[in-house]
Design a protein around this ligand. Structure first.
Ligand code: GDP
Length: 529
């Protein structure tokens, strides 16, 4: 097997969007092109349904779906494409942030009528900071929506992107005639009944060709010419290097539901999207082409069956070839492990594989060795950076509600924290435990899973905490740090890794503390070094 060839043909990406913009629908259409699924409806939406009968049932349903759709892989032309699932619900944003550490690029889906929404803003900000290459897909053109130029402005302003349209809509909603594919110099006519069929597209290398009028009518042809002229004047030329550096974002228009404009998006994507990228470790930059295997865990999923304790750790392969039944070093534990049944993912199925390549994800059965962020190598001591925890938004004391089951409770909490469901802080002063989560929903998830998977019961108690700030003293022995520790004693805690955390009760406190103790640096992500 040729490693270089395998790397060259891989594209690993995530689709991000605000819920309802069309992520699931687009994923499904992409899979159709790969022939990976036969019909629509095969990709399950992992949305939390509002007003579901029981939140617990909904959470369980969601968990089932999230393991099934964690990785969807398919072949298209000569490429192997891995789509990593990113939950859209804001309570699961942390999951999405972590998944973004394992993608090489993203596609951002925006609803033409709603424009840029809150979750899109947050997720794009993370991608922008990480310089992840992004392609924007403006969806639902079969509906009335915002004017294309206005929307492009909104994307630039609200998301801080520099866009270049590679396709352009002709009309919209009731009047939607199709799109002009600037990238492929083709006209695609829309007919609402073309669902799931691939329309061939009419080639128009010269947009001034009078034949255009015969196809879409004089008025629409004139308008399209004017608009394309404006596109040329206003937007920069597409530059692949700038896109790959995260400095320029191509935009496509279409309708996922009607499978319209999706093939154009995919054809461009496989041409321009990055192959598996090098990744920074604490020691050095690791290139995907290196022959020794390295990889890291970005997601852990507990078994759905409470009788089986094992979990699935999702490992992104950074370099080399991952082989079944081969010893690899778990760097943090300093222990060699081998895996007899690594799972690879294809469409919505998982199967055991002998070999996997950079860009691929393998699911490893685990009985408690893995935490998010752990690195596997062939022996080299290095750890990958970049699976950060953000400060939680909600905090509660967690109490043991069944004194006979305290062991089960601490084991359950431990494992759920490894999975990244929430973060646990232990107060220095009295050893009390505080759980911090991104969304309120997680408290229910934890309580429910502790009971059903570990036989433990917990109760919560309110605690007045606004933010977790990781403390980075410039000098541990200086007087300022000592005073900070003395004055803030009640609010100091350790996170799971033993790092010092200041649990501030308000934004004002954070600000005052920063002013009063300037040499004590406060960070809002756990991985600040
Ligand atoms: P997600 O939450 O981002 O995964 O969104 P879904 O893919 O579940 O889509 C949300 C809703 O929008 C569903 O009812 C889809 O049928 C609908 N939808 C998706 N794409 C289109 C489209 O191109 N046109 C129209 N009219 N509806 C769409």
């Amino acid at each position: 097997m040729n490693l270089l060839q395998e790397i060259k043909r891989r594209r690993t990406f995530g689709i991000i969007s605000h819920p309802d913009a069309g992520k699931t629908t687009l994923t499904e259409k992409l899979l159709l092109f790969g022939g990976a699924i036969q019909e629509a409806g095969a990709v399950k939406s992992n949305k939390i349904k509002k007003g579901a009968t029981s939140d617990f049932m909904e959470i369980e349903r969601q968990r089932g779906i999230s393991v099934a759709t964690s990785v969807l892989a398919f072949n298209y032309k000569d490429k192997k494409i891995n789509i990593l699932d990113t939950p859209g619900h804001k309570d699961f944003a942390e999951d999405t942030f972590r998944t973004l550490t394992a993608v090489d690029s993203v596609i951002v889906v925006i609803d033409v009528a709603k424009g840029v929404e809150e979750q899109t803003e947050k997720l794009v900000e993370v991608c922008r900071m990480r310089k992840i290459p992004m392609i924007v897909f403006i969806n639902k053109l079969d509906r009335e929506g915002k004017d294309a130029f206005d929307l492009l402005d909104e994307v630039e302003q609200k998301l801080g992107l520099r866009v270049v349209p590679l396709s352009f809509p002709i009309g919209m909603g009731y009047d939607f005639k199709g799109i002009y594919n600037i990238w492929g110099k083709k006209l695609n006519l829309f007919s609402p009944d073309s669902k799931q069929k691939v329309s061939a597209g009419i080639e128009f290398t010269d947009i001034d060709d009078p034949a255009l009028e015969d196809v879409i009518g004089k008025e629409a042809a004139e308008r399209l010419r004017e608009e394309l002229e404006l596109v040329r004047e206003v937007y920069p030329d597409f530059d692949k290097e700038a896109y790959l550096k995260g400095d320029l974002q191509p935009v496509f228009f279409g309708s996922a539901l009607n499978n319209f404009g999706v093939k154009e998006l995919l054809d461009c994507f496989i041409e321009i999207a990055p192959t598996p990228q090098p990744k920074m470790s604490d020691k050095r930059l690791v290139d995907s082409k290196e022959k020794n295997f390295t990889g890291f865990v970005f997601k852990i999923h507990a078994n759905m069956d409470p009788k089986h304790r094992d979990r699935l750790a999702f490992v992104k392969i950074v370099s080399g070839v991952f082989k079944r039944n081969t010893n690899y070093l778990h760097v943090k534990l300093g222990k060699k492990l081998k895996f007899s049944s690594p799972n690879a993912f294809f469409a919505e199925k998982k199967e055991i594989v002998e070999e996997s390549f950079p860009g691929d994800i393998v699911g490893l059965h685990d009985t408690g060795n893995f935490k998010i962020g752990d690195t596997l190598t062939e022996g080299e001591i290095l750890e990958f950076k970049g699976v950060p925890s953000f400060s939680p938004e909600h905090f509660r004391y967690v109490n043991n509600a069944d004194p006979m089951k305290s062991k089960q409770l601490s084991k359950g909490l431990d494992q759920l924290m490894d999975e990244g469901v929430a973060q646990l802080f232990t107060l220095d002063l009295n050893g009390r435990k505080v759980i911090g989560t991104v969304g309120a929903l997680q408290f229910e998830v934890i309580q429910y899973r502790l009971e059903h998977e570990y036989g433990a019961k917990c109760s919560y108690e309110n605690v007045n905490i606004h933010k977790a700030c990781w403390v980075d003293p410039e000098d541990e022995y200086n007087e300022e740090f000592k005073e900070f520790k003395r004055v803030k004693q009640r609010y100091l805690a350790k996170d799971k890794k033993g790092q010092l955390v200041f649990l501030a009760d308000s934004a004002f406190t954070v600000q005052m503390t920063q002013q009063k103790y300037p040499t004590v640096k406060l960070h809002f992500v756990s991985e600040y070094k």
